[in-house]
Design a protein around this ligand. Sequence first.
Ligand code: GLU
Length: 488
Amino acid sequence: MISDVVRTRFAPSPTGFLHVGGARTALFNYLFAKRYYGKFVLRIEDTDLERSTKESEEQLLRTLKWLNLGWDEGPIVGGPYGPYRQSERLELYQNKAYELVQKGKAYESYIYPEEMEEIKNKLLSEGKPPHYTYELISRFNTQERVNEYKEKGLRPVIFLRMPQKEYKINDLIKGEVVFKKGAIGDFIILRSNGVPTYNFAVVVDDIAMKITHVIRGDDHLSNTLRQVAIYEAFSAEIPEFAHVSMILGPDGKKLSKRHGATSVEEFIKKGILPEALVNYLSLLGWSHPEGKEIMDIDEIISNFSLDRVSSSPAIFDEAKLKWMNGQYLRNKDIEEIYKLAEPFVIESNLLTEEEYEKDKKWVVKALETVITSIETLSEIPEAISIFLKDVTPNLNDEEFLIYFNKSGVREAIILFYEHTKRSDKWDTEVITENLKKAMKEANPQKKSFYMALRKILTDSFHGPDLVNTIYLIGRERILQRLERVIHI
Ligand code: GLU
């Protein structure tokens, strides 16, 4: 056993936003570690010096924190096997590569990339597999070349000798995976600039960080062969592998920009809650033993297991995510929604920061009124804008006139206007009372009265609770809007 505690890792490359696929990988690693009281390690794989940026790394850490996927070891928090950023571990990879050279498992080479390309093309033109071997590669190790490399400040490239035999792994999700003998040839583990290749750095780190379970996307399955060969070269224990299937869009094609939002960042902007996204992502491939869908993180952790992770692809369905988000939103108390909605309302310029605070009572009522009809926080500004915007309904509208001309409707509206004008208190009880009185006195057909009244007050036949809507529009504006019609 590598370690008697479970140790998983999430090893993102900081080259852009965290996508749902990456977020799910992070989540599964987190869940598995927590389920078995283990450690969840975060390692930044920034050896692609051209594509990796500090901003992406910072963004990534922020996004993981937003998702509440705290890491036990990694950047910021540190840990016993740091540093946790590959660019700070270059010396280790170089030493480890030479350890393999010493053991005869790897060799130095002074070849140039163009020459590798030539070898490959020649093999292919001869109908042979394009596999590098020591015999083909070492021809370039002349004294002249050694001097040339030195002058250019280059180090020899290091190749791993790939044993030509069959490899098998028992993947915890895919089952037995066989890599046939002769599938690949020797390959580079350390480049001439001293930077390791991805496969080498990953294995050196996974050994050093005592990783017991490698849970990642199955796009890495083909890398596993090279990685297993590297473990073997070090005579190191091979961890368990669990390759999670891809996430597809609703059309069955690999999830991409074409399908809409794919990065966590975009979902934050869309007003998705972290707990809803985590819940939704947990179900992309995994399922609760009793088929439960809405679960908090503790329930997901205590039921999580890799044998319930499907080996077939998961479909990403944004409509379902939004539905789930709506469920979470409605379960929150209004104080929390008030806080969460603030940046969305301010950003939309509907209210200023001062107004949002000063008119808290009004805002809370508005939120309570619209919360049942929305699914994401970003829908809030538009939903509450109906209480603030000025409207001039077309009162010659055919449908409106059908309602308005029904017996008792006009009278009831006039009475409601008069009662409203007389009462100086303004709350939902008074409004309810005035509506009741008007209806009792004029006895209109109920539905027609409400349809006509709503159209007059909001320029729409549909909307949230009418009493709350009236309250939120405000006494002055309600009176003005009613005055437009009492003279028709
Ligand atoms: N840096 C790799 C990636 O972002 C991680 C691969 C792995 O988990 O081994 O895809």
